[in-house]
Design a protein around this ligand. Sequence first.
Ligand SMILES: NC(=O)c1ccc[n+]([C@@H]2O[C@H](COP(=O)([O-])OP(=O)(O)OC[C@H]3O[C@@H](n4cnc5c(N)ncnc54)[C@H](OP(=O)(O)O)[C@@H]3O)[C@@H](O)[C@H]2O)c1
Length: 310
Amino acid sequence: MKAIVLAKTGGIEELKVVDIEKPSIKEGEVLVQVKAIGINPVDVKTRTGSGVYGRINTESPLIIGWDIAGVVTEANNATFSPGDEVFGMVNFPGHGKAYAQFVAVPANQLALKPANISFEEAAAATLAALTAYQALVKNANITAGKRVLIHAAAGGVGHFAVQIAKHLGAHVTGTSSAANRNFVLSLGADEHIDYKNHNWQQSENSFDLTLDAVGGDNLNLSINVTKPGGSFISILGLNDERKAKATDKGVNGNAILVYSSGEDMNVIAGWLQKGILKAHVAAIFPFEKMGEAHLAVETGRTVGKVVVVV
Ligand SMILES: NC(=O)c1ccc[n+]([C@@H]2O[C@H](COP(=O)([O-])OP(=O)(O)OC[C@H]3O[C@@H](n4cnc5c(N)ncnc54)[C@H](OP(=O)(O)O)[C@@H]3O)[C@@H](O)[C@H]2O)c1
């Protein structure tokens, strides 16, 4: 089969298409013929030596990528059978090996792909959708009426987070540049903030929950705009200084890392099937143009998701 291996960390030229053996499956796994792959900032970070590179760099061949949608061709489990259309995030934050024509996946990391969405949309609704779900529902246990701020609301995680928070009855504000205002409002956000032209002092102590998908100095902003007694979640880490700053203010600050879960994928699948959640696919690249897909994600300007088809 064809796979894209990471020869060494560096530029997109290190992503090499090679022919390797199809993986074999163990008890509890399925073999998936991949139709579409979701590309994330962590793919780019790992390619360049950060992200989860330190967790998987002893593996050979090293095949990055985690988000897949495809068709089961072999099954050694009680849940799925050959012919099932499935999607999920494979072995994150471990070795996903998703940049390949076939991927061996623990069945408990997958869900059936809803029939009403394409493989491209399904591949897009994996890592980013799981992050939004695990942050807002499992970590923050968001409830109706809460005032929620979603930073980077036009991006992969943010565009799912707006839809999920809205579905759960929150009053949602999303940030993006002015260019993406209409997109953010189209997701159901009640209010939009153009982060480049906003007087943030006016928004101090305004939100019960803030989801920060930007990091760096933005974390200070997130603490300032969260009400005492409220929470903020960083998906870009949280150092001791900022954690202490949040605690001093009476704000509960958490950093989370998304993890593979078929149970959570099933919730996402149900929402996609009902049209509650929609994946916005901004760009689709062929497998051989994986490097270009990385460059698109690397701009940091993605609206929704970038997907590669196999
Ligand atoms: N901890 C975890 O488990 C986890 C999971 C997923 C992602 N992440 C990390 O979270 C970050 C976001 O991921 P993603 O997939 O959502 O990225 P993404 O899709 O690449 O995000 C792109 C979006 O970010 C927006 N943006 C950039 N700077 C902004 C700012 N200062 N304020 C508001 N919006 C801004 C852009 O909107 P404009 O063009 O309008 O500015 C663009 O739409 C990445 O660093 C990723 O690695 C962590």
